[in-house]
Design a protein around this ligand. Structure first.
Ligand SMILES: Nc1ncnc2c1ncn2[C@@H]1O[C@H](COP(=O)(O)OP(=O)(O)OP(=O)(O)O)[C@@H](O)[C@H]1O
Length: 663
């Protein structure tokens, strides 16, 4: 056990700057143990303040200290009537190395139960002026608040189901941290034990409050560490409700509003299953899970999200999507991926053309359908049923299935009449249809529905612009100029994109097109450019309507009334993601009024309120848009003429004749 000096109460009078921050020597060699460094430093740089402040020796648990070379050797070591360790700044993997290299390992975590965290504050929060005005929260208070916030959920109709699957430790606000720690005593404390603890040893930031909100969801240390590095402070509602049963192997149908973190709701249990059940030997690892999605961009995004949270114990994930090199994807398949994230079209192409997946798909243990209601629509359903036929063909293989979407809401009849004729029929109950198609192994899959009443997130402010069809461009330009931000404009046809792009470009708006007829490389490039832009405008077809997680989209504009409530929900959900807010505008012309009213009925809402506007200003935008249209049509005509001219010259050359210049 190693010791450091403990500083008594530090006040503005008796503190010195040198005593507040303890720099460690950045020149320590890699194999120097933490304890050596601490001892050296304790003797040298802290000798002086030690005398003045009458420091006394206290024990320090092993994970409280680390040589942090990436921080230039600076370890914040601060206490105000106690210790403070800036855990966020520590490179814990280095701590692990240092501990392992030292013959005497300090393993005792029990000390932590005896610390009263209400006596400690985070030093970053400490500033004398603020402290004089308002009391600074203690670490104990912060931790209790974090737990309160994360557990203060109103359980809806699923309450009974949830109660049976929630872990035993229900929140009791009166419990202090000490008692909580004492209740569960796995090592390290505060974290659930799992097989992965042994396999993928990760030193966790035990006292980072963000993890406390995640701790009862049955996740292994490797994933908790991944969540921590992603900075997700607490699980979203759908994650909180689905993770415990999913981690216990239940089949789940999950419905939650757009941007509410459904990817991790299915992704974490899937990764956990793979991490805990794969072969020890890397060369023996095999395909264990399949995720099917409706669009290429979404599949690439899901793969990226899974990889981000899985850095500690990397699972081999391959994405199979159309429009990208088939050969490369085939090559990746030969490297024994453990998870495939695919669009149905490309996966089916590979199944049909190669034997790379023969005998593998029927053995998977985990199947996910994201944007599931879209998957059973025409265009995807045929390939989906063929793939499912293969996946289901081994009756012995026990498989866990998870189905997610923002529009599986049983109260909204989005799916009526939408299923393919080769599908299971036009039932009034889309959930039942889904169960029939998928052939769940679990006779009673768990339905977790946390969608709001009309499926639109409460963080979305909806508004409407009524105008003539011929004036839509003017109103769009007005909105984009008047309300600066990152905007995503959805249109119903590719020809609308082709028309809007030059008009807005002439008006100096930073616009990017995205539609299914573009080359995949260009699609991804435009998406990236839009993501990076501050006030860019993406004009997209419904290929971008579902699932795409583009950070900080301020506005979603329905340039035309979408064909159905489900589309409205998904398109609108490109804004107000995670914890942000957003604005949704629908532009309605008289010809669309009937469809718009139908949409309101489907969404069970009154009419969407009109956007208050300065009509005198709109009038000033009209001549600009008219001019831009004219410029565009002149450019178009000139382009065509020059193209015709070129064609004629080329043809004349080939025929060896001269063109009459008067022609
Ligand atoms: N617990 C969390 N805390 C904060 N952010 C989170 C959390 N979980 C996920 N996120 C982030 O929230 C965003 C939306 O997540 P995700 O794409 O999974 O939403 P979704 O519910 O699948 O949306 P959609 O229905 O539109 O597909 C992502 O940027 C993701 O990284």
């Amino acid at each position: 056990m190693w010791t450091v000096t403990k500083k008594p109460h530090l006040s503005a009078q008796n503190s010195t700057p040198g005593a507040q921050t303890k720099p460690l020597n950045s020149g320590q060699s890699e194999d120097t143990s933490t304890s050596d460094i601490l001892q050296t430093e304790t003797k040298s740089s802290l000798d002086e303040p030690q005398k003045q402040l009458q420091w006394k020796k206290v024990e320090i648990p092993k994970h409280f200290s680390a040589p942090d070379n990436e921080m230039g050797g600076l370890l914040e070591f601060e206490e105000i009537d106690g210790e403070y360790f800036d855990q966020n700044s520590l490179d814990l993997s280095k701590l692990d190395q240092a501990e392992n290299s030292h013959p005497k390992k300090a393993q005792n975590f029990d000390d932590l139960d005896d610390i009263n965290w209400d006596d400690f504050i985070f030093v970053d929060d400490f500033d004398q002026d603020t402290a004089d005005k308002t009391p600074i929260k203690t670490i104990g208070q912060l931790a209790r608040e974090s737990i309160d916030n994360s557990q203060n959920v109103t359980f809806d109709s699923l309450e009974t189901v949830q109660k049976s699957v929630e872990p035993e430790t229900q929140h009791n606000p009166s419990l202090n941290i000490k008692q909580k720690n004492k209740k569960s005593k796995p090592a390290p404390k505060n974290l659930p034990a799992s097989k992965a603890d042994d396999k993928d040893k990760v030193v966790l930031d035990t006292f980072n409050e963000s993890l406390w909100a995640w701790k009862n969801l049955g996740l292994c240390d490797a994933l908790l560490k991944g969540i921590q590095s992603c900075g997700f402070k607490k699980p979203t509602e759908i994650q909180k409700k689905s993770l415990p049963p999913a981690n216990k192997g239940r089949d789940i149908l999950g419905a939650a509003e757009t941007g509410s973190g459904k990817t991790l709701a299915f992704g974490l249990p899937m990764l956990q299953y793979v991490i805990q059940n794969r072969a020890e030997n890397i060369s023996d690892r095999c395909l264990m899970a399949l995720v099917l999605l409706p669009t290429r961009e979404l599949a690439l995004q899901v793969k990226e999200n899974l990889s981000k949270v899985d850095r500690e114990s990397p699972v081999r994930i391959v994405s199979l999507v159309g429009g990208m090199s088939l050969q490369k994807q085939e090559r990746l398949l030969t490297q024994n991926p453990e998870i495939i994230v695919a669009t149905t079209g490309r996966l089916w192409e590979i199944i049909e053309q190669t034997d790379l997946l023969t005998g593998k798909l029927e053995k998977i243990k985990f199947l996910v359908l994201d944007e599931a209601d879209r998957m059973v629509e025409r265009g995807h359903f045929k390939e989906l049923t063929e793939i499912l036929r293969i996946v289901n063909s081994d009756n012995e293989a026990k498989r866990q299935t998870m189905v997610f979407s923002a529009t599986l809401n049983k109260n909204l009849s989005f799916q009526k009449k939408k299923l393919s004729s080769t599908g299971p029929g036009n039932s009034e109950n889309p959930m039942q249809e889904m169960i029939n198609v998928l052939k769940f192994k679990d006779p009673n899959p768990l339905m977790i529905d946390v969608t709001p009443a009309n499926a639109i997130s409460k963080k979305i402010f909806e508004t409407r612009i009524d105008c003539l069809k011929s004036e839509k461009e003017v109103y769009l330009y007005f909105f984009l100029t008047r309300f600066i931000g990152k905007s995503l404009v959805f249109v119903n046809s590719i020809s609308s994109i082709r028309r809007l792009i030059p008009i807005l470009t002439n008006l100096n708006v930073e616009v990017f097109p995205l539609h299914a007829q573009m080359q995949q490389r260009q699609r991804l490039k435009n998406l990236d450019r839009f993501k990076e832009s501050k006030h860019g405008v993406l004009i997209a077809s419904d290929v971008a309507a579902r699932g795409l997680d583009i950070p900080s989209v301020d506005h979603v504009i329905h340039y035309q009334v979408p064909r159905g409530g489900e589309l409205y929900v998904h398109r609108s959900g490109r804004t107000a993601r995670a914890h942000l807010e957003g604005v949704v505008v629908i532009i309605v012309c008289p010809e669309e009024r009937k469809n718009y009213l139908k949409l309101c009925k489907t969404l069970r809402k009154d009419e969407i309120p009109i956007l208050p506007m300065e009509y005198s200003m709109v009038a000033k935008f009209k001549p600009l848009v008219t001019l831009s249209r004219e410029i565009d049509s002149i450019e178009h005509r000139l382009d065509k003429e020059s193209h015709d001219q070129e064609w004629m010259s080329k043809a004349a050359d080939e025929m060896g004749i001269e063109i009459d210049p008067d022609l």
